[in-house]
Design a protein around this ligand. Structure first.
Ligand code: 2M8
Length: 397
């Protein structure tokens, strides 16, 4: 076993808090949804039962309406995080969710030999989670996913949200008490205070409106493409167990809807502001996630791949914003840096081979949270769980 594999395993073990994995000890002391699923995929290479616990803890966290909160608070932690339970007005977890990768993670565990009598129960829960996106995150009934807060996308301060956020006020009754920008070497690697005020303003309005989005509601092609792949995973798992499911039909409906969002000129898939009912373009990596669709028409596939390679491919994998765009910021969070999970998802679900670049980046710069697309230097927090977990997944594939 090489040294990096050992280090990756150590990171997951050190970030283990009684059966859940925190994203990083220095910045994120609770359980985050998609982080946990990526962590489970890494745990599958250490201890499959521990991997199952992680997925099981995620699914256990599902609320009555089928939503899995993007953060489940760890009541035992002494580390502070803002916004915590007080800001959300909820001791259990946040009021929003994250990219729906639970089925993808569980299928990975099954492929790695998970054998559990609880699988039918997990599949039932995942079905309910997928239906939540249909009933609570599709206001125009388009068969696509709209997010109720920028954080639901997992790509918190992506330039994709700049336009809809111009309509959101910075006035909020939640006191700004940030810790994140004090815990990284350069606060410019994190979102600005003005952005944070808007994030809190949206939390406030969700609380005031019984969770109904009124200030920010945006169809995100990345969320829809991820849900499409998750529906396919769910269908395959149900088939293995002879459980009836309509996941394939739902996946096909998402595919038809996403194809209507394709912009021929740029090769990208459009966002849509569900409040102003306007489609718009943002040259993000997420806008190319239509490449996750199976059997794409040849012209669409060729055009999107051409854009991906020209605008996002670097020596270290994919930049999260178009490289030559004037607003591209190589050091700031989701406004340009390379992330291991987006490299992984494009590697896993589209035709681009990012394995060697991703493994090379991690061996050059260690298991950091994100990376400069210019020189591969590490940014954000250290010993980051999904960077470690996906190293194991990619190095074993
Ligand atoms: C980041 O988001 C949190 C808020 O949810 C934060 O900035 O405090 C994002 O990168 C998100 O995708 C990730 O799940 C989370 C934990 O790693 O951190």
């Amino acid at each position: 076993m090489n040294d990096l594999t050992n280090t990756a395993k150590e990171i997951l073990k050190n970030n283990d808090r009684n059966g859940i994995t925190i994203p990083s000890a220095s910045l994120y002391p609770h359980m985050w949804a998609w982080d946990s699923v990526f962590a489970a995929m890494g745990w599958a290479h250490i201890d499959i039962v521990r991997a199952e616990n992680e997925i099981s803890a995620q699914l256990e966290a599902m609320r009555d309406n089928g939503m899995i909160p993007h953060i489940v608070f760890n009541p035992e932690t002494t580390d502070d995080y803002f916004p915590g339970p007080k800001a959300w007005g909820n001791q259990f977890g946040s009021l929003i969710t994250q990219p729906p990768i639970w089925a993808i993670g569980l299928e990975y565990l099954l492929d790695k030999g998970l054998n559990s009598r609880k699988i039918p129960e997990y599949l039932k829960k995942i079905e309910k989670v997928h239906l939540f996106f249909k009933s609570e995150r599709d206001p125009e009934n388009l068969n696509l996913v709209a997010i109720a807060h920028p954080w639901e996308s997992g790509m918190d301060n992506s330039p994709a949200w700049d336009e809809p956020l111009t309509q959101v006020s910075t006035e909020t009754n939640i006191k700004l008490a940030r810790l994140d920008n004090k815990k990284v070497s350069d606060p410019k690697q994190r979102p600005s205070d003005a952005e944070y005020r808007k994030y809190l303003r949206i939390v406030q309005s969700l609380k005031e409106n019984q969770l109904k989005p009124t200030e920010f509601y945006v169809y995100d092609p990345f969320m829809s493409s991820v849900l499409y792949q998750s529906e396919l995973s769910l269908q395959r798992m149900c088939k293995r167990l002879n459980i009836p499911s309509k996941a394939y039909e739902r996946a096909e409906a998402i595919k038809r809807a996403l194809l209507k969002c394709f912009d021929e000129k740029t090769g990208r898939f459009l966002y849509r502001d569900a409040l102003s009912q306007k489609d718009y373009l943002s040259p993000t990596l997420g806008s190319l996630s239509g490449l996750f669709l199976k059997d794409l028409p040849a012209g669409i596939k060729a055009k999107s791949e051409e854009t991906l390679i020209r605008d996002h491919m670097t020596e270290f994998g994919l930049s999260t914003y178009a490289k030559n765009h004037p607003n591209m910021d190589p050091n700031c969070y989701w406004r340009g840096p390379v992330w291991i999970n987006t490299n992984f998802l494009f590697h896993y679900f589209s035709n681009v081979d990012l394995r060697n670049k991703t493994l090379g980046l991690l061996s050059q710069s260690g298991f950091r949270e994100y990376f400069s697309p210019e020189d591969g230097s590490g940014l954000g927090s250290f010993d980051f769980s999904w960077s470690a977990a996906l190293y194991m997944v990619l190095s074993k594939s």
